[in-house]
Design a protein around this ligand. Structure first.
Ligand SMILES: *[C@@H]1O[C@H](CO)[C@@H](O)[C@H](O)[C@H]1NC(C)=O
Ligand SMILES: *[C@@H]1O[C@H](CO)[C@@H](O)[C@H](O)[C@H]1NC(C)=O
Length: 407
C-alpha cells in the first residue's frame, strides 16, 4: 500500500518536473530512468525545503526529515530476529539479536551500526536500515546495535559523535557483552555516509583511550564522509549535481552539523571556509598526493585558501578529527583495525574514502577497498521496492560477505 502510494508520488513528481530532466546522470549508469525519477523526487523535496525556509514556515532540515518519516517502520521481532529498544548509557539503541536460544559458551559476533543522513536526517528505524540489520543478524548470526543518536541542527557536533561514543563504550564492557553473548574479539563498527564518519571517528578515539580494554576487530566504512577542509576534491567537482547527494546538500549537512551560523554554509560553498587552524592540516587531505592518479583525472590541485577570518566560531569542529577523521597523523592510524572501504564513482564523497584508504594502507592497516564504478551515493538505501536498485543489492551482498569472512 505504502509502496504504491510512493510510486504514484514518484511518478507524479516525475511528470510535473519534466524540466528537471536535463540531468547530469551519466548515460552509462544502470537503471538510469529509475535513478532519474528518484532524483526528481529528492530534488523537488529539496526545493520545497528551500522555499519553506525562505518563507519562514519550517527550516530546511525540518522539511527534509520527510524522507526519514516516509520510510519509518516499527521494528518488531519475528521468527528469526528479536528486536528490543534499549538505552545504552542514556542513548537510544535498537538491538537486533538472533531469535533462538544460544547454547552456553557459543558466543556471537556483533556489529555496531550507525545510520547515514548527513548527521541531520535518518534513523535506525528506517525500513532500509531495519532490513540491513535483520539481514546481518540472519547471515552473520550477529547481534546488531543500531544507534539512534541525536541529530543536528538541534544537536550540533560533538553531540551526535558523543552519543555514539557513549553507546560503544557502554557496549564494549565485558559484562554487557556477556549479557548479549557477544565474543569480545569479534566486534565491528560500521556505518554509511555520515554514519561511516562516526564509525571512523569512534574507531580512532577508542585507541586514544588508555582505559579501553576491548577493541574493535574491524571497521566497515560505506561511502563515508571524512573531512571538511577541502570541498573541491575532484569527486566534489565531478559529481556536483549528482543524485542523491549534490555538493550543495553535502555542504549544507557539514555546515549544519557544525553550527547554526549560516555564514559557514556560504563560505563552504566557495571552499573559502578555512582559517589559520587548518593550515597545518591540509597535508592530510592533499588529493594531489593521496588520490590514485586515475581518480585525479585532469583536475589540477590548488590548496584551499587560508582566510584570516576563517569559519569563525565553527572552527573548533572543522579541524577536530572526531568530525574529520582524515585529519590525524599516521601514528593515530597505525593501531586501527582491519578496514572495509566502499566508494562510488558518482559520489562527491568518493575522494574522502579513497584518501583514507591510501592513508590507512601507508600506516600499515589492512584495507579491503571496493569501488563501484557505476555506483552513486546512497545506493545502499535503495533496496526496497519501488526504489530498489540492483547496485544497492550488490553492495549490500558484498559488504555482508566481507563481514562474514573478516569479522
Ligand atoms: C600538496 O602536494 C603537492 C604535491 O606533492 C605539493 O606541491 C603541495 O605543496 C601540497 N600542498 C599542501 C597544502 O599540502
Ligand atoms: C557568523 O559567523 C561570521 C563569520 O565568522 C561572524 O562574522 C558572525 O558574527 C557570525 N554570526 C553570528 C550570529 O554569530
Amino acid at each position: 500500500m505504502r509502496g504504491n502510494a510512493l510510486l504514484a508520488l514518484l511518478l507524479l513528481v516525475g511528470a510535473l518536473s519534466s524540466y528537471y530532466l536535463y540531468s547530469p546522470i551519466p548515460e552509462q549508469i544502470e537503471q538510469r530512468w529509475k535513478l532519474l525519477l528518484t532524483d526528481c523526487f529528492f530534488r523537488t523535496l529539496s526545493h520545497l525545503a528551500d522555499l519553506s525556509e525562505l518563507l519562514g514556515v519550517k527550516d530546511y532540515m525540518g522539511i527534509m526529515m520527510f524522507i526519514t518519516k516516509m520510510e519509518a517502520v516499527v521494528p518488531v521481532s519475528d521468527e528469526h530476529v528479536r528486536v528490543t529498544e534499549e538505552l545504552f548509557d542514556g542513548v537510544q539503541v535498537m538491538v537486533y539479536e538472533p531469535n533462538c536460544r544460544h547454547s552456553d559458551g557459543d558466543l556471537r559476533r556483533a556489529v555496531i551500526y550507525l545510520h547515514g543522513g548527513g548527521w541531520c536526517l535518518g534513523s535506525s528505524r528506517m525500513e532500509p536500515y531495519d532490513h540491513l540489520s535483520r539481514q546481518m543478524v540472519k547471515e552473520l548470526n550477529a547481534v546488531v546495535v543500531s544507534v539512534e543518536y541525536r541529530l543536528a541542527p538541534a544537536h550540533h557536533f560533538p553531540v551526535p559523535f558523543q552519543d555514539v561514543y557513549r553507546v560503544v563504550k557502554y557496549f564494549l564492557q565485558r559484562s554487557v557483552l556477556a549479557r548479549y553473548a557477544v565474543d569480545p574479539e569479534r566486534i565491528a563498527v560500521s556505518g554509511d555516509s555520515a554514519g561511516g564518519n562516526l564509525a571512523a571517528a569512534v574507531a580512532q578515539q577508542l585507541h586514544q583511550d588508555p582505559e579501553q580494554q576491548v577493541q574493535l576487530k574491524v571497521q566497515a566504512l560505506l561511502y563515508p564522509v571524512l573531512q571538511a577542509l577541502d570541498l573541491n576534491t575532484p569527486s566534489y567537482q565531478q559529481n556536483e549535481n549528482m543524485p542523491i547527494l549534490p555538493r550543495r546538500l553535502m555542504v549544507r549537512f557539514w555546515s549544519e552539523y557544525l553550527t547554526s551560523n549560516k555564514s559557514l554554509f556560504r563560505a563552504m560553498l566557495t571552499n573559502s571556509h578555512n582559517g589559520l587552524e587548518s593550515a597545518s592540516l591540509l597535508k592530510f587531505v592533499n588529493w594531489s598526493t593521496l588520490l590514485p592518479e586515475s581518480f585525479r583525472g585532469s583536475y589540477r590541485y590548488s590548496a584551499p585558501p587560508i582566510e584570516a577570518q576563517g569559519a569563525g566560531p565553527a572552527l573548533d569542529g572543522l579541524t577536530d578529527p572526531r568530525a574529520s577523521p582524515l585529519l590525524v597523523p599516521d601514528a593515530a592510524l597505525r593501531p586501527l583495525p582491519k578496514t572495509y572501504m566502499l566508494t562510488c564513482e558518482y559520489d562527491v564523497l568518493r575522494d574522502d574514502g579513497l584518501m583514507y584508504a591510501t592513508r590507512l594502507r601507508h600506516a600499515g592497516v589492512h584495507v579491503t577497498h571496493r569501488h563501484y564504478s557505476g555506483g552513486f551515493h546512497g545506493a545502499l538505501m535503495f533496496v526496497v521496492w519501488p526504489t530498489d536498485f540492483d547496485i544497492g543489492h550488490r553492495m549490500t551482498r558484498d559488504y555482508v560477505r566481507w563481514l562474514e569472512h573478516n569479522l
